[in-house]
Ligand binder design. Structure first.
Ligand code: AMP
Ligand code: MG
Length: 447
């Protein structure tokens, strides 16, 4: 099956030597489809954190299960005692002038977990604590701060309270039969609590995405090896591993691969067999050996792009197969990232991240951009999106200000460690003056 027309037709309307970031993102979005429903597993709550829900979670009960009190105070029948005034507008305290004081007799006590068993009569009330069931016949709670109690009698100004006040209605948090959480949601801490509040002990989640990654380059050495002249330590595997872990992917580390066709072919075939997604770094720029392109065409359908972004210009994207020909055997989505360490992180963040979310079955969400004032001029060339590294701070008036971390070379990894945000300079923007507004993207825990 010859599928190489797929990607070329996607990029046909753009200059592949200057593909805008937004176009690259759109193409990746079209190709990064969620895997099917067959890959669902059931996990217990403690194992569900950061997993992707495979089904809507329908609430089996009302939460709260019964009407209960929101305050410590006294529960009574608001209808008979309050001239029919209605608290349904959400107000808890009315301001009716000249209402007479109310005097009620305390008929008993309702505690959380220990309901009042009787049915209070007119002119009676029940001492009630927060979370306790509202007794039958009662619908209103007057907080204890508003009453005067003498023996078994409480007195309060009826103008201070409306019918229905301080009552939590059954199902007001979560209604029985409604979706409490939607499929595609990445389970957060609050969700674990919410599921527990429904009495749900396990949930259906998608299998974690397996992502194989390796570094290419004859100059690369592993931590622990001696560094010969002209060699560098391989850092990309560590940043990739960390970002994959932050996204709760299942990383598969395939090590360092030498710059020769046989080694690369071996690595790509193994990765394609083992994983859903393959990420390599290095070896995709124009100067790199032609065997890379040639090999990619043998193994699958891979386009080589020059993305109009900095850092991170060269990028290969496509689909690989483990069989003899493209279309045969296992398949995996492939991202060939540039080798420079900052470019790896930027392309992962802005091109790869959303694809991994989508393939995991998660509903992708946009990264939150915040407007900030640049405290300095920034050189920027129109016609490419730049992701500079910045240090942002918020002033006492609540405005954000940002400076760059200094030299912005795509090999300067310390700029990433020093930064607390990307400064995202739009495709069409030219040089930035001090005082101009720019977008910043606070690091989202991924970096
Ligand atoms: P390449 O894209 O292979 O031409 O690599 C571009 C630059 O990034 C070169 O200076 C490489 O030495 C460097 N580089 C490539 N891969 C890595 C890596 N895994 N760790 C650190 N630096 C790398
Ligand atoms: Mg290289």
């Amino acid at each position: 099956m010859n599928t190489s027309s797929h990607f070329s037709s996607c990029v046909a309307e753009y200059d592949p030597n200057a593909l805008p970031v937004s176009a690259a993102q759109e193409i990746v979005r079209q190709w990064a489809l969620p895997r099917g429903r067959t890959e669902v597993e059931h996990v217990r709550l403690f194992d569900a954190l950061d997993r992707v829900l495979a089904e809507d979670v329908i609430s089996p009960i009302n939460v709260p299960s019964h009407d209960n009190s929101a305050m410590d105070g006294y529960a009574f029948d608001g209808a008979t005692l309050l001239n029919g005034s209605d608290g349904s507008d959400g107000a808890n305290e009315a301001s009716l002038p000249d209402s007479p004081p109310l005097r009620l007799t305390v008929a008993g006590t309702a505690l959380a977990g220990q309901p009042f068993e009787g049915h209070p009569l007119a002119a009676q009330c029940v001492r009630i604590m927060t979370g306790a069931l509202i007794p039958p016949g009662c619908d209103t709670v007057v907080p204890q701060e508003l009453v005067q109690r003498t023996g078994d009698t409480v007195t309060f100004a009826s103008a201070r309270i409306v019918r229905g006040a301080n009552r939590r209605l059954a199902g007001e948090d979560l209604a029985q039969g409604h979706a409490a959480l939607r499929k595609g949601r990445i389970v957060r801490a609050s969700d674990l609590g919410l599921l527990a509040s429904l009495g749900i002990g396990d949930v259906a989640v998608h299998r974690r995405l397996r992502v194989a990654f390796f570094s290419t380059g004859d100059e690369l050495r592993s931590v622990g090896q001696a560094l010969a002249p002209g060699c560098v330590y391989d850092s990309n595997r560590y940043t990739l591993f960390a970002m994959l872990r932050r996204m709760n992917m299942e990383p598969v580390d395939l090590g360092i691969v030498r710059d020769d066709r046989a080694s690369l072919e071996r690595a790509l075939r193994k990765a394609t067999q083992d994983a859903d997604v393959v990420i390599s770094s290095g070896g995709v720029s124009v100067g790199d050996a032609d065997f890379t392109r040639d090999l990619m065409n043998t193994l699958g359908d891979v386009a080589f792009w020059k993305i109009a972004m900095r850092p991170g210009r060269p990028l290969a994207f496509g689909r690989l197969w483990s069989g003899k020909r493209p279309g045969e055997g296992e398949s995996a989505l492939f991202f060939g990232l540039p080798g420079n360490p900052v470019a790896v992180m930027a392309t992962f963040y802005f091109i790869v991240r959303e694809a991994l979310l989508a393939m995991s079955g998660a509903t992708p969400y946009s990264l939150p951009l915040i407007a900030a004032t640049s405290s300095q001029p920034i050189n920027k060339r129109a016609g490419r999106t730049e992701f500079q590294r910045g240090v942002a701070r918020r002033d006492t008036a609540g405005h954000w200000h940002v400076v760059t971390t200094g030299p912005q070379g795509s090999g300067v990894l310390s700029s990433m460690s020093e930064a607390n945000c990307f400064i995202v300079l739009k495709h069409d923007a030219g040089n930035i003056d001090a005082g101009d507004s720019v977008d910043i993207l606070p690091f989202d825990g991924l970096i």
